[in-house]
Design a protein around this ligand. Structure first.
Ligand code: BTN
Length: 327
């Protein structure tokens, strides 16, 4: 109900009367008032004027389900949203929800993680400041071999969502780091539960540096945040909702085609290394070449010095610029 109240108050420039809220939502005036009180406790500034009604004055940077859902409409992604202040890792939490039978499209989101996980066995730290740590549970009817492509679908959606909402130029460092101003602003980690040759469920974890502006000495040369790049505090719910909407659209295209063919152009337009010289770091070997873009299976196509095109597979591999992380 809070979701509906928020949507109505945010979409109106005028006061919305208790009567109108109660009639449209089919609840009593007392129930309206109780929901308003609960929203105020969550940090919303809501003005109540006799004979006129309610008006929202300030929306906190909340990532609670009601705030995210009020920005989603009927999206299947985020059909159920679970929020917690602190958890070990939203990927672990979402997998537990998967084991318990939660539907495809369920989102688990937390204010902080104590054991955030990154790609290639690394940690994903929770910095001081308000960031996004979320995991989307999916039950796609695809072969497990195709699952890594979904990480790329999410990478594209994160880049698009941020770009659409904030108007900043975003890029993707293959396979799925989202880049702002040559530094990493977001990372993605997909984990799945398979039964022989089908996927029981899959969890796509997304970490976005939003409102942190200070990073450790080790990370500051390569890490940035949305606030650091825009110079403004960002609304995390706005970003989360935009990403879920983009992902829903991209996911449908991916499922319909069975591969990335309908997303190729957009992905490649965002690729920070397109037509640039890169280093490919694999277990025990490193080589260089020119990145030409991805193919419909999500491999990175790299042209080597002897004019051969190598397909680089996602997994235990890293891509770097010739001097540093991007360039
Ligand atoms: C990377 O190494 O770039 C991937 C980072 C993924 C971090 C996110 S934060 C939400 C989810 N929970 C985790 O433990 N990891 C992912």
């Amino acid at each position: 109900m809070k979701t509906e109240i928020l949507r109505m108050l945010r979409n109106s420039e005028e006061y919305v009367s208790g009567q109108e809220l109660s009639e449209k939502l089919g609840i009593s005036r007392t129930a309206v008032w109780k929901n308003i009180r609960s929203l105020k406790e969550e940090g919303y500034q809501i003005e109540a004027v006799q004979n006129r009604g309610y008006r929202i004055l300030k929306i906190p940077d909340s990532i609670r389900p009601s705030e995210i859902k009020s920005r989603l409409g009927g999206s299947r992604m985020g059909c159920e949203i679970y929020y917690i202040e602190e958890t070990s890792s939203t990927n672990i939490w979402a997998k537990r929800l998967g084991d318990e039978g939660a539907p495809s499209g369920t989102l688990a989101i937390a204010q902080q993680q104590t054991q955030g996980r990154g790609r290639r066995g690394r940690q994903w730290l929770s910095f001081e400041g308000d960031n996004i740590y979320m995991s989307l549970l999916l039950r796609p009817d695809i072969h497990p071999e195709k699952a890594p492509m979904l990480t790329l679908v999410m990478g594209l959606s994160v880049a698009q969502g941020i770009n659409r909402e904030l108007g900043v130029k975003t890029g993707i460092k293959w396979p799925n780091d989202v880049i702002l101003g040559n530094k990493k602003a977001a990372g993605i980690l997909t984990e799945m539960s398979t039964q022989s040759d089908y996927i029981e469920y899959l969890v796509i974890g997304v970490g976005i540096n939003c409102n942190s502006v200070k990073f450790s000495e080790e990370l500051s040369p390569t890490a940035t945040s949305l606030a650091a790049e825009t110079g403004e505090t960002v609304s995390r719910a706005q970003i989360v909702a935009a990403i879920l909407r983009c992902f829903e659209e991209n996911y449908e295209k991916y499922i319909a085609a069975g591969d990335l063919s309908d997303l190729l152009d957009e992905y490649n337009e965002n690729l920070v290394h397109r037509d640039q010289e890169i280093r490919i770091l694999e277990a025990g070997r490193e080589y260089t070449g020119t990145a030409r873009g991805i193919d419909a299976e999500g491999h990175l196509l790299v042209e080597t010095a002897d004019q051969k095109t190598v397909k680089v597979f996602t997994g235990e591999v890293s891509v770097r610029g010739m001097q540093g992380y991007v360039n």
